[in-house]
Write a protein that binds this ligand. Structure first.
Ligand SMILES: [Zn+2]
Length: 359
């Protein structure tokens, strides 16, 4: 048992730092699962409670918009208000699941900087009322831009976030593949050297951001968003070790000074995941796998109850189908799919049974 324990619920500020440190010193990482509504969010908290693991819940900009409602006329507003609604849902419910939940937002590229700024406007209002931030961390992915622009914007926004006890996740180097309609097309035969983050860039980020506030780094070590045929890009976790070593040597810090994040983790080899965790990865994003984990049992349910999805009452024999077409039936099947898949994820990442929440 860790000596640092936290009250169950959404953790921010010092609590979030303790959660990150507990994972790194305990040699495990937390699953960071993308959600799009209360169904997936509750399923993720249920999964974490069942696994005895703390958990990171995150929303992409389109996930946040969907949370607010896909029919909301002002799409930009939906991205902001949906993110607020999701965080409030977590602040209200998470403690009742008995585990610690960190709330993150996911990839925001250059066009989405205004989204992050608008969420910070809301976060400042929330902080004034509650004395804590709405989100544990936001993410900026300006890895497609020149590094000076990337880090300059990260510094500017981290200044604002540090005042709210928030952390910032940044991205260096290009992670291949597509996530939620973002990210570059993955070219099978292209020169993939740019898929590996340079330790020098990581050091530059540390030099600039560490004096400002708490931050984490998604570095590319051959990881690819989405699920692709294995063998196209080689995962090279030693890239992460090289970055840790350079920062440690330059600044005389302790072991693994950087808080690292593994993007594009769906479908990765278990040995490579374990190696990445040894090099200071505390968070692994899981999106694609849980999407399928939700949809597969829903598909099975629909297949097994086809007539209930065509008729309220069977025209041939008068069978009433109310019990079968009740949306709770198939939504629950999807939730259970997420709960099951995340048990495996918690085991792979070593977070099972390691929750630091104590009531
Ligand atoms: Zn990424």
């Amino acid at each position: 048992m860790s000596e640092n324990t936290l009250k169950p619920g959404v953790v921010t500020g010092k609590g979030y730092k303790a959660l990150v440190d507990a994972a790194k010193s305990g040699g495990y990482a937390l699953p960071a699962v993308n959600v799009v509504g209360t169904n997936s969010m509750n399923a993720v908290m249920e999964a974490a409670a069942k696994a005895g693991s703390d958990i990171i819940i995150q929303l992409s900009n389109s996930g946040a918009a969907f949370f607010a409602g896909a029919g909301m006329p002002d799409g930009f507003k939906a991205k902001v208000i949906g993110a607020v609604a999701a965080a409030q849902h977590a602040h209200l419910l998470a403690e009742h699941y008995g585990i610690c939940v960190a709330m993150h937002t996911d990839h925001a590229n250059r066009e989405l900087i205004p989204w992050v700024e608008a969420m910070l406007d809301e976060g400042e209002k929330y902080y004034e009322q509650h004395g804590k931030p709405l989100y544990s961390s936001h993410m900026l992915d300006l890895s497609a831009d020149p590094i000076d622009f990337n880090l300059g914007e990260c510094a500017r926004l981290l200044e604002r976030m540090a005042k709210l006890d928030m952390s910032l996740e940044i991205e260096l180097g290009v992670t291949g593949g597509e996530e939620d309609g973002m990210g570059s097309e993955f070219e099978e035969h292209a020169d993939n050297s740019r898929l590996y983050t340079q330790p020098q860039d990581v050091l530059q980020a540390f030099d600039l951001l560490n004096p400002i506030g708490h931050f984490s780094v998604a570095a590319s070590f051959g990881n690819v968003h989405g699920v692709y045929k294995p063998g196209n890009v080689k995962l090279r976790p030693e890239i992460l070790k090289n970055s840790q070593d350079l920062v440690q040597k330059t600044h005389g810090t302790g072991h693994n000074p950087l808080h690292l994040v593994f993007h594009g983790g769906s479908g990765s080899e278990k040995a490579k995941i374990a190696e990445a965790v040894r090099y200071g990865v505390f968070k692994m994003n899981i999106d694609t796998d849980t999407q399928f984990a939700f949809s597969e049992p829903v598909g099975e349910y629909v297949n097994a109850n086809q007539r209930a999805f065509r008729f309220q009452i069977d025209p041939d024999d008068g069978t009433p189908y109310k019990k079968q077409y009740d949306p709770r039936k198939y939504l629950r099947a999807g939730e259970q799919g997420i709960v099951k898949r995340l048990q495996e994820a918690c085991e792979d990442l070593g977070s099972k049974g390691r929750s630091i929440a104590r009531a």
